[in-house]
Design a protein. Structure first.
Length: 110
């Protein structure tokens, strides 16, 4: 059974932007909001040079890494060709406008 931890409300995440969630262990998590109010969560590190994805530009269901402009899919965390590599995804639940993340995933180091 998944234990959900409430993070914020959907409207607390900028449209086409992100909110950074610090963790006790491991790198932060970036929670993204698309123009259609879809919410995704990825480790806040590009698979290329660990650029802060939360500072990237969101377009469609992707984010452009601010360091080298790699395109990372929000739905799978993977770089789009010709680039290669993936960053971990986190389970997200949105219920009654509240965004929650899997508490066990947040507690894990990566």
């Amino acid at each position: 059974m998944t234990h959900w931890k409430a993070i914020c409300r959907v409207e607390d995440i900028p449209v086409l932007g992100a909110r950074r969630v610090a963790r006790a262990a491991g790198p932060a998590v970036a929670v993204f909001r698309t123009a259609q109010d879809e919410v995704f969560a990825l480790l806040d590190e590009c698979p290329h040079k660990q650029g802060p994805l939360s500072q990237g530009i969101v377009f469609g269901t992707s984010v452009a890494c601010p360091l080298h402009n790699w395109t990372i899919g929000l739905d799978d965390g993977c770089a789009r060709a010709p680039d290669e590599g993936c960053t971990p995804r986190f389970a997200v639940q949105v219920q009654d406008g509240v965004v929650s993340l899997d508490a066990d995933e947040l507690a894990a180091g990566r």
